[in-house]
Design a protein around this ligand. Structure first.
Ligand code: 5AD
Length: 450
């Protein structure tokens, strides 16, 4: 059994899903199932069964009666229990046209019917060119519109430390790189969060290198203060931590944890990460999820030595692992790293990956990554048109930003840039932003975008 299969609960053969009315009810229920040793897994609630980026409990039909009893006995509030079939139907009629190969049409029919794509189908789509390329992007755009609508999701990242104990071959802030290092203290971080709150940002991403200067207590203190004062969503992106820490983060209200798989090929993973083991990274995905925190994953496209089969595997990993937020960006060479002379990932290939990920994973958040915005001036707009729905602002204080160069020539995606990409992609900005405040700050934003 491969390690992925060991961690993906594959003893659920005839899957059902239980959708609760709230996250706390869902976690309460999961806890009981775990205590009773009933196999279960947390997955993004599929389209048609509940809100986007909420979590459903997947289980096997053999436990259906037991679970119904547990729900009744414990008065768990549920939306319902359903067979896990993708009941939601997409209308892809406009995709069919001349000049598409039979194989391509067969794949579109599978998507319409809610049949899972195979690795072979995905490899085929990754090779799409010309008319089939355009049809692939269009299909993803239709699925995106149905799943997450036309408004983008806007999040903001504070890169609060670029110290890192690891030496990943591709990363510009790897330990051995001579870059000037900085750390932000709690007060400076909270000051930045306050600015984001005033703009109306709902979720802040706290990102850093793997820096143990920030002890569990330090992180918890920041999380607690953000939750108390602002009630914002919090995403942590601080690398692999201990499983007890994930539990504590969860208890304190951390909503999401961004820890990318980068590549789901063990050999490639271990070649690019001299300090990491693939099986451990997979285990951490599982531990974060089991702690009740949604997992953000994804990876890099165009890594040295990466094949189309590897990329297909990366996409399937996201689906089979029930990942809620999936960020795929191109690999970009970073100065001073062992890979500084390698070739960048390609724009079209990255866009195809975004599109296929939307088609395969559907009811999830897909960022138009900073990396794709750095590869090409229109990369972000094109990603939004290829299935992506989320933009991450770089909200690190300006004087520190340039030191967080995980790759060279990073695009410092700011609010103006995000507004422009949204406009160019023909989409709308989120409802929840504080537009009066934003306009007072001098941003140019027309009412049709709001
Ligand atoms: N090229 C592209 N993406 C990179 N990342 C880090 N270094 C690079 C690089 N050289 C991405 C990884 C990481 C995220 C923070 O940035 O996917 O998880």
């Amino acid at each position: 059994m491969s390690i992925i299969n060991k961690f993906i609960k594959n003893n659920i053969n005839d899957p059902y899903i239980l959708v609760c009315t709230s996250k706390s009810q869902m976690l309460f229920c999961k806890d009981i199932l775990d205590k009773k040793d009933i196999d279960n897994d947390l997955i993004p609630t599929p389209k048609g069964f509940g809100g986007v980026c909420t979590t459903a409990i997947k289980f096997d039909k053999r436990d259906l009666q037991d679970i119904k009893n547990i729900v009744r006995y414990n008065k768990i509030k549920t939306e319902g229990i359903y067979p896990f079939s993708k009941k939601y139907k997409y209308n892809l009629k406009e995709i069919y046209n001349d000049n598409l190969s039979q194989k391509f049409i067969d794949i579109i029919k599978k998507i319409e019917a809610g049949v899972d794509l195979s690795k072979e189908d995905i490899v085929y789509l990754l090779k799409a060119k010309d008319k089939e390329y355009n049809s692939l992007i269009k299909t993803a755009d239709i699925v995106r519109k149905e799943c997450v609508g036309d408004r983008i999701e806007l999040r903001a990242a504070i890169e609060f430390s670029n110290y890192c104990k690891k030496d990943c071959n591709y990363c510009g802030v790897r330990k051995s790189n001579t870059t000037s290092r900085y750390r932000m203290e709690e007060k400076a971080i909270l000051k930045k969060v306050d600015e984001l709150y005033k703009i109306g940002i709902k979720t802040v991403i706290l990102q850093s290198g793997e820096d143990l200067y920030y002890t569990t207590e330090k992180i918890l203190s920041i999380v607690r203060k953000i939750k108390e004062k602002y009630r914002m969503g919090i995403t942590l992106s601080i690398g692999e931590r201990d499983h007890k820490e994930y539990k504590l983060f969860s208890k304190e209200g951390v909503d999401n944890y961004l820890l990318k798989i980068e590549t789901a090929n063990k050999e490639l993973f271990e070649r690019i990460h001299p300090d990491d083991k693939y099986d451990e990274r997979v285990k951490h995905h599982r531990l974060i999820k089991e702690a009740g925190i949604r997992v953000g994953s994804g990876g890099m496209i165009g890594l040295p030595g990466q094949t189309l089969e590897n990329i297909a595997q990366d996409i399937l990993f996201q689906r089979d692992f029930g990942i809620h937020m999936i960020g795929f960006g191109p690999f970009l060479p970073a100065k001073g790293t062992p890979y500084e002379r390698e070739k960048s990932g390609e724009l079209e290939m990255t866009l195809k990956v975004v599109a296929i990920t939307r088609i395969v994973c559907q009811h999830v958040f897909l960022p138009a990554t900073t990396a794709i915005a750095s590869l090409h001036p229109e990369g972000q707009t094109l990603a939004l048109k290829a299935g992506a729905n989320t933009i991450m602002l770089i909200s690190t204080p300006p004087n520190l930003r340039e030191n967080y160069e995980i790759y060279s020539n990073k695009n410092m995606v700011d609010l103006s840039f995000a507004i422009e990409s949204t406009r160019d992609a023909g989409r709308k900005m989120p409802k929840y932003l504080n537009y009066d405040y934003i306009k007072d700050m001098g941003y140019d934003i027309e009412d049709s975008l709001i």
